[in-house]
Design a binder for this molecule. Structure first.
Ligand SMILES: Nc1ncnc2c1ncn2[C@@H]1O[C@H](COP(=O)(O)OP(=O)(O)OP(=O)(O)O)[C@@H](O)[C@H]1O
Length: 232
């Protein structure tokens, strides 16, 4: 579905990624882990057209998407939830969800209903300003907004960041449910063990390059990966 091949990318003149390879199959759940500053978010931003592209290839369903702009990339069925600034905090829940469908002439009510079914608390609080909601609820708004166009691939950058431990499990369960319903998922996570436990396949990225790639279980079982990247 998604093929990232030998990608070099960064910001302005600064090259951060050096020959990154990554694939996501239809319906797959793929995780990128690695130390701070490894370039994990940069991979995701590059797929979404938000970095400077130096070379390589990004294809979605065999069509080149590198060099395209985000508003074009969402039309391919790719949703993206950045780590920060991922909601319009002065707007209500409903308005945030409507923003998720801004490229359409009309807000799709069926998509809105599907988001409310998936996150009932958002239905209950649809008129509430997002700024007044908890971190976990704001993350649901951000995910709901990205689901408004019913993407085939949902990219989430550190969805569990800053959440209390019981909410971390809840967010991971919700991601599982989205994936179980057929949406391919690509996530970047600091909570590496939990993400690797839940995913199909994972990548360990270090200094802008692939270091390891394997099934989530296999990475968790790899002694070197455990020692170097998973805290033993
Ligand atoms: N907007 C930007 N402009 C310039 N440099 C940036 C920008 N965003 C990130 N970088 C640099 O790119 C490198 C990779 O950053 P990135 O955020 O992709 O890493 P990461 O693996 O996601 O890290 P973390 O786990 O800390 O979020 C870092 O050296 C960072 O300082």
């Amino acid at each position: 579905m998604l093929v990232v091949d030998d990608l070099d990318a960064g910001y302005g003149d600064l090259q951060v990624l050096d020959g990154v390879d990554l694939t996501v199959e239809e319906g797959e759940y793929v995780v990128i882990v690695g130390p701070n500053g490894a370039g994990k978010s940069t991979v995701m931003k590059s797929i979404f057209g938000l970095t400077t592209y130096f070379g390589g290839r990004i294809e979605f369903r065999e069509e080149r998407i590198d060099g395209r702009r985000p508003e074009n990339i969402i039309t391919y069925g790719i949703g993206y939830v950045p780590q920060n600034d991922n909601v319009f905090s002065s707007l209500s829940v409903r308005e945030n969800l409507e923003m998720g469908a801004y490229i359409l002439d009309e807000v799709p009510q069926d998509a809105m209903d599907a988001v409310f079914d998936r996150f009932p608390v958002l239905a209950e609080r649809q008129d509430q300003k997002v700024a007044t909601m908890s971190g976990g609820q704001q993350q649901m708004v951000a995910m709901g907004r990205a689901l408004m166009l019913d993407p085939d691939l949902l990219m989430l950058d550190e969805p569990s960041a800053g959440l209390a431990p019981d909410l971390v499990d809840d967010i991971f369960d919700r991601i599982d449910a989205i994936n179980d319903a057929g949406t391919a998922v690509l996530i970047v996570e600091q909570n590496a063990k939990e993400a690797l436990r839940r995913c199909d396949r994972g990548y360990v990225l270090v200094q802008g390059a692939n270091r390891y790639e394997d099934a989530g279980d296999a990475l968790l079982a790899d002694e070197q990966v455990r020692q170097d990247f998973l805290g033993g």
